[in-house]
Every structure is written in structure tokens, then in C-alpha cells.
Ligand binder design. Structure first.
Ligand SMILES: [Zn+2]
Length: 89
């Protein structure tokens, strides 16, 4: 399973404080969220069945405090949409 964090930009541009404790806390929270990630595609609700194939092809994204699991089909649609947005700007 791949973790894609660079592609999706956070919409709000609040200033980041250099608070290491806060960052560590967030990292810890994200790690715990990763442990209990969803069991279905966040878009089409296709159930995720762990196998060598699905682990390679499904994508986990962490955005804000939520973990999203995306099946390959929906992920390709998403990345195409994002690419179109980035390309046009
Ligand atoms: Zn899907």
C-alpha cells in the first residue's frame, strides 16, 4: 500500500508554528489512525480485502486527521482530476 501525501494540498494556508511537541503529537495521532484505517474505498465503498495485490495497488491518504483508503480505480480518477486542475492553473 502506498502512502500519498504530497499530491493533495491542504486548502487552508494557516501559518505553521514551529511547535515540535505539537508535530510529534500529530504524528503519533496519524500513526494510530493508520493502524485503524478504513476497510473500504472512501469513494465507491468497495471493500478492501488485504492481499499482495491490494496492498500494492490501493492508496492510503492522510488528510487533516482522517485516513482515506482509495481503490486503484478511484485513485486514477482522483489523480487525473488533480492533474487537470494543476495543469490548467
Ligand atoms: Zn473506489
Amino acid at each position: 500500500m502506498r502512502t500519498q501525501m504530497k499530491k493533495i494540498r491542504k486548502p487552508n494556508s494557516t501559518k505553521r508554528k514551529n511547535d515540535r511537541k505539537e508535530a510529534q503529537k500529530r504524528l503519533k495521532e496519524q500513526t494510530s489512525l493508520m493502524m485503524k484505517h478504513p476497510k473500504e474505498c472512501c469513494i465507491c465503498k468497495l471493500s478492501f480485502e488485504r492481499s499482495e495485490e491490494t496492498v500494492k495497488t490501493w492508496t492510503v491518504t492522510v488528510r487533516e486527521d482522517r485516513v482515506h483508503l482509495t481503490c486503484p480505480k478511484c485513485w486514477s480518477i482522483l489523480t487525473e482530476a488533480l492533474g487537470a486542475i494543476e495543469g490548467s492553473s
